[in-house]
Write a protein that binds this ligand. Structure first.
Ligand SMILES: NC(=O)c1ccc[n+]([C@@H]2O[C@H](COP(=O)([O-])OP(=O)(O)OC[C@H]3O[C@@H](n4cnc5c(N)ncnc54)[C@H](O)[C@@H]3O)[C@@H](O)[C@H]2O)c1
Length: 331
């Protein structure tokens, strides 16, 4: 039984805490959040301890592992505190908002031989697992191009935008990771464009963007295109297409049912897409936590590492540089 504490009781912390509480390999010991309204309510709901202080929870001798679901600019510091205290860590993306800080943290985590997994949940989605399996099985031959469409239903709250690190580090980071996961090679060149068309005033205020396109290429010539927008009026849109030498793989969005409606004004009408990440990636979050706990229990390697977080962040930084300079950036 792995005794787990969850840091952060916001949108993602609530999912992780519920998954820990439901997993037979784990016991949810505590939730920490400096804001009692969120933290206390979650702890009461899941019948565990509550603390305002993540440090206090990390120091507890009856905690073996922590799940970090706090704002992105706190990840590196909390990972290090937990690792220094000998705890295993499942940390939300990104590894940090700052590449130099991430590199420093990773050097210390490696020196500590810390068990740290990055929470790139999309790798654990059943359809995305199937994409990777089909590539590995040779179903489409050699991968040539990966096309990723990733659109949110709407802008995140203002406070979230303020701490997010910007659309490349916050939102597209998932897509940079999926690009690496599906290409099977590191991109070596990145070109990006970004614009403010959803909420120009808010984006201007935080020097952020709400709409982007990225083109990347690996050393051997494999290509990836990513398009992201913070707003899609029809819902959370998550699609992948992979072109190979012997075929193509596609995965589509999920809906609450497979029913299609036909009538005098429309045909092939279907229910709306699942609303947002909490609904679309329910299985992925559960599988991700399961993979973390199973690896700790069996003593096998964790499936993702802070290095994966660092490489995705490096691509995000290259894309930001490309937007600023108007040129492709070598990675
Ligand atoms: N993998 C995913 O699909 C996914 C989805 C959403 C968010 N995230 C990531 O999770 C993190 C949190 O995002 P969110 O949407 O849950 O944000 P949120 O604002 O809803 O929640 C963050 C919570 O952390 C608390 N907090 C702040 N500082 C803390 C600290 N030092 N210790 C403990 N708690 C602290 C806040 O009070 C808040 O309750 C972000 O880094 C984000 O990138 C990942």
């Amino acid at each position: 039984m792995i005794r787990v504490a969850v840091l952060g009781a916001g949108r993602i912390g609530q999912i992780h805490a519920a998954n820990v509480a439901a997993n037979p390999l784990a016991k949810l010991v505590a939730v920490a959040d400096p804001f009692p309204a969120a933290g206390k309510a979650l702890a009461e709901k899941l019948n565990c301890d509550y603390s305002e202080s993540p440090d206090e929870v990390i120091a507890r001798s009856d905690v073996d592992a922590v799940v970090i679901g706090t704002p992105s600019d706190t990840h590196a510091e909390l990972m290090l505190k937990a690792a220094r205290a000998g705890k295993a860590v499942l940390c939300e993306k990104p590894v940090d908002n700052d590449l130099a800080k991430a590199d420093e943290a990773i050097a210390e985590l490696n020196a500590l031989n810390a068990k740290v997994m990055m929470a790139f949940n999309r790798r654990f989605d059943p359809s995305n697992i199937e994409l990777r399996r089909a590539i590995d099985a040779g179903d489409i031959g050699d991968v040539r191009q990966v096309i990723i469409s990733s659109r949110d239903p709407g802008l995140p709250p203002r406070d979230y935008v303020a701490h997010s690190g910007g659309i490349f580090r916050d939102m597209a980071i998932h897509d940079f990771d999926m690009a690496r996961f599906l290409l099977g090679e590191e991109p070596v060149e990145v070109y990006a464009k970004a614009s403010r068309v959803v909420d120009p005033a808010l984006m201007e205020e935080f020097n952020d963007y709400d709409t982007l396109m990225v083109i990347m290429q690996t050393e051997s010539g494999k290509q990836c295109h990513i398009n992201c927008c913070r707003e899609a009026s029809y819902g959370y849109d998550q699609r992948f297409e992979i072109l190979g030498s012997k075929g193509m793989l596609q995965n589509d969005n999920l809906r609450p049912s497979t029913v299609r409606r036909f009538n005098a004004v429309e045909t092939e009408a279907r229910q709306p897409l699942l609303n947002f990440f909490l609904q679309r990636y329910t299985d992925a979050y559960r599988n991700e936590l399961g993979a973390f706990l199973t690896a700790l229990t069996d003593g096998t390697p964790l499936p993702t590492s802070p290095w994966d977080g660092r490489q995705a962040l490096r691509l995000a930084e290259a894309a930001i540089e490309s937007v600023a300079t108007g040129r492709a950036v070598k990675v």
